[in-house]
Design a protein around this ligand. Structure first.
Ligand SMILES: *Cc1c(COP(=O)(O)O)cnc(C)c1O
Length: 823
């Protein structure tokens, strides 16, 4: 439906487009009942809330379809260039409110449902949170999809339709327990299955070479990739793009021969193997487990997407050689990097191009976004595994490598160590294919996601490749979509900003600047404070309901929500919380600022320390929350199952946003942007996009502390001794001592012995080194809080100055500087 299938039906271009459906409330109500009756087969008198939700989504989807077809035809007619965003993760969350606001149907739908006696807010909460991602990288892909539609870039997102996305987190006895997320349980009314768009994906087997050096790969196993399309609506319904997710299917669903011979299990083996391919999302930070399946997933979705891209190109244009002029492929991290070799294979083995021509086309078509400098997250695959699964691609990788290393040698400026750093094969300790180097070699653009991260990329991971190809690395600082992360989650603040600006701030977030002039205005401050208070009351109700912790909206809501990882330093936060707890008890007479310390986040299932940190937060919460001495002054809470929907409630309710990663380790962060846009102050390190946020917000409106990235690197190089630092900080020593001797874990006094021992002996993440600076910064935050007018003014300025961090700006930069598409 979204595609122009082939030139032979080009005459269909002259067929009229479907008539847009009415948005009159009475008509909406009638249509909802119609879908309920004829599509779901339910009588309105017995329909469940889930049925109503499905009916409403179907009605909204109908309102999207006409525009979707129009957008697709328009791109076809203009012979325009398309953007293809390849990502193993899309953390899209719920779509109903997104579609409703972008179509401008919120009031109409509210009225229609009112007539039917259905509560919109209630059914909205029933929509499953599509959690096809781990965290920031997947959420970025979702913001980008929405922004590409909003700024009118013709785009397709490509990924995997995981049957079970990110696990559901339960906290049992303080420990994280992972449960499968069953988001497809009630079906997915947003998507259209496209049985006709299916591709064969091979693994293993052998490669034959004929006399003309033409290679033919005969895979040992073959699966089918089947497409499912979800329409993504841009702001004001301007454009509708497609998110195409692949599901793996067996070529033969059942081997009847085996079945009839009585081998009922063997008959379904193919089917089970296929199912595994699109079954679960791999957790981030999972380094060893399930390696082979992960590589299979990466190849599976990269190959299906590239076959689809080439099929679409050839159905409209005659020559494969014009691909770079009509298609821009963006790799979201190295997960689709095997696509470099796959595109080469398709161009050479299927479309008959020679290596040079194929290599030129590949490099002009593909671009790559790097998301991390953490060595353990830089993907590499053992050569034997790669060769066994993808024998033809292994040959191509060697061929590419020979080309790159020849170019490097030809310059005469690199020594052997530099040459081996550039190699696509890591020869040290078991040969491995370096996916980052493969992605770099096969791309015309390699971008980092914040200014600092991009500079560090040049100095570290890609130091030598950058010398060889100095024009390729560029920066594209991340952003977030203001439709979801301001308008939908904080409608009252949105109204206030819109009234101040007098323009459509959702099309131009820079217009939020209008709030700036109101920052010191008493009435504006009062209005802002009332909005924040209402958001805090909503979160307090949720906290009470979910974890039984009661919070007063008079407290400062101090929030750290993000994946649990040592570099993000939830440990620094909770250790400082313990120190504060000690201080309050020692000096009850002081004028303490009441604080609610709130956390949420998932730990990778195999990440021991991250899970221990969750347990520690829970243990500290138990002691602190039940201590009458600190009752109204300090509360600690860990909200389970962090996901987009939970973030949507927590972000607008924050007074203080914790962005305290070890400098040099957070590539950008986007949580930091959501909070500031909603008028929270940031306490943070000079890491990732915090650096640029400080430039835009003004250093006087953000609380920055701690070591810089350079200082962290120096300390690590010079042999930093945490014991010295701890000895010099009595507050820190006291907090660490309490934790490691079981004050918070009397049931198991040694529970945190090793965790704290790690801080004392090596402290890779500089928790001890930054502790005093962090604690002092927190007291500085207290001082600001004691002057409400000052706090409100700073908070308003934060929201006013975040326009730059709209993902619309980011996408326009990609469009101009990488993709060469003109919106
Ligand atoms: C924004 C977001 C993230 C990224 O948060 P960071 O603080 O940048 O790590 C992760 N998960 C969810 C659900 C988000 O909405």
């Amino acid at each position: 439906m979204t595609d122009q299938p082939s030139r032979t039906v080009a005459t269909s271009q002259s067929l009229p487009l479907p008539t847009p459906k009415s948005s009159d409330p009475a008509r909406l109500a009638a249509d909802i009942v119609d879908r309920l009756t004829y599509r779901i087969g339910k009588d309105a008198t017995v329909a469940t809330q889930d049925d109503w939700l499905t009916a409403v989504i179907l009605v909204l989807r109908d309102r999207v379809v006409a525009k979707w077809m129009e957008s697709t035809r328009e791109t076809y007619r203009r012979e325009g260039k398309r953007v293809y965003y390849l990502s193993l993760e899309f953390l899209i969350g719920r779509l109903m409110r997104d579609a409703m606001t972008n179509l401008g149907l919120v009031d109409e739908m509210q009225e229609a449902l009112g007539e039917l006696g259905v509560d919109l807010d209630l059914i909205r909460q029933l929509e499953p949170d599509a959690a096809l991602g781990n965290g920031g990288l997947g959420r970025l892909a979702a913001c980008f999809m929405e922004s590409m539609a909003s700024v009118d870039v013709p785009a397709y997102g490509y990924g995997i339709r995981y049957q079970n996305g990110m696990f559901r987190q339960q906290i049992q006895d303080g420990w994280q327990v992972e449960l499968p997320e069953t988001w497809l349980e009630h079906g997915n009314p947003w998507e259209f299955g496209r049985r006709e768009s299916a591709y064969e994906i091979g693994f293993g087997g052998s490669v034959a070479v004929d006399d003309a050096d033409k290679c033919t790969w005969t895979p040992a196993e073959t699966f089918t990739a089947e497409a499912f399309d979800t329409p993504i609506v841009g702001w004001q319904g301007k454009r509708v793009n497609t998110l195409r997710l692949w599901r793996a299917e067996p070529v033969d669903p059942i081997l009847l021969g085996k079945f009839n011979a009585g081998d009922h299990i063997g008959a379904l083996r193919e089917s089970n193997k296929a199912e595994a391919l699109s079954r679960v999302l791999y957790p981030a930070d999972e380094t060893e487990a399930g390696q082979e399946l992960r590589l299979r997933q990466e190849y599976f979705f990269s190959s299906a997407s590239l076959q689809d891209i080439i099929r679409r190109h050839l159905s409209q244009f005659d020559r494969i050689t014009s691909l770079p002029d009509k298609a821009a492929i963006q790799l979201n991290d190295t997960h689709p990097a095997v696509g470099v070799a796959e595109l080469m294979r398709l161009l050479m083995d299927v479309h008959g191009l020679d290596f040079d021509m194929a290599w030129d086309i590949t490099k002009r078509t593909i671009a790559y976004t790097n998301h991390t400098l953490l060595p353990e997250a830089l993907e590499s695959w053992p050569v034997p595994l790669f060769e066994r699964l993808l024998p033809r691609h292994m040959q191509i990788v060697y061929q590419i490598n020979a080309r790159v290393l020849k170019e490097a040698r030809a310059t005469g400026t690199f020594d052997d160590a530099q040459i081996s750093a550039m190699s696509l094969i890591d020869e040290a300790g078991g040969r491995r294919v370096r996916m980052g180097n493969l992605a770099f070699a096969g791309s015309h653009s390699i971008n980092g996601v914040s200014g600092l991260h991009t500079e560090l990329m040049k100095q570290t991971v890609f130091h030598d490749l950058h010398q060889l190809y100095p024009l390729r690395i560029n920066n594209k600082t991340n952003g977030v979509t203001p439709r979801r992360w301001l308008m939908q989650v904080n409608p009252a603040l949105y109204d206030m900003a819109r009234e101040a600006a007098g323009t459509d701030i959702m099309s131009d977030l820079d217009a939020m600047q209008a709030l700036d002039t109101l920052a010191d205005d008493g009435a504006a401050q009062e209005r802002f404070a009332a909005i924040k208070r209402a958001n805090k009351e909503r979160l307090a109700a949720l906290t009470q309901e979910r974890i039984g912790v009661s919070l007063s909206p008079d407290m400062m809501f101090d929030i750290q929500i993000k994946r649990i990882h040592e570099y993000k330093r939830q440990l620094l936060n909770i250790v400082e919380t313990v120190a504060l707890y000690d201080q309050i008890r020692s000096h009850p007479e002081r004028d303490w600022v009441p604080r609610a310390k709130l956390f949420a986040g998932k730990a990778a299932a195999s990440y021991h320390n991250a899970k221990l940190i969750i347990k520690l937060i829970g243990d500290v919460a138990k002691v602190v929350n039940s201590d009458p001495a600190t009752r109204d002054l300090l509360k600690v809470g860990f909200l389970p199952n962090y996901n987009v929907s939970l973030a949507e409630v927590m972000v607008p309710a924050a007074d203080l946003s914790e962005q305290i990663s070890t400098a040099g380790m957070e590539a950008s962060g986007t949580g930091n942007m959501k909070f500031a846009l909603n008028g929270a102050l940031t306490i943070g390190t000079l890491d990732g996009a915090n650096v640029e946020m400080r430039e835009h917000i003004g250093a006087e409106n953000i609380v920055i502390f701690g070591l810089t990235a350079d200082e962290v690197a120096q300390k690590r190089a010079n042999g930093y001794d945490p014991a010295e630092v701890i000895a010099a900080s009595p507050e820190l020593e006291q907090a660490l001592h309490a934790i490691e001797t079981g004050v918070f874990s009397p049931d198991e006094p040694d529970r945190y012995r090793d965790l704290i021992g790690g801080l004392r002996s090596s402290d890779w993440f500089m928790v001890a080194a930054d502790f005093d600076a962090y604690a002092n910064a927190q007291r500085e935050v207290d001082a600001i809080w004691r002057h409400p007018a000052r706090w409100q003014a700073m908070a308003i300025r934060n929201a006013a100055r975040m326009g730059y961090f709209s993902s619309d700006r980011t996408i326009r930069q990609y469009a101009r500087e990488i993709w060469n598409v003109l919106p």
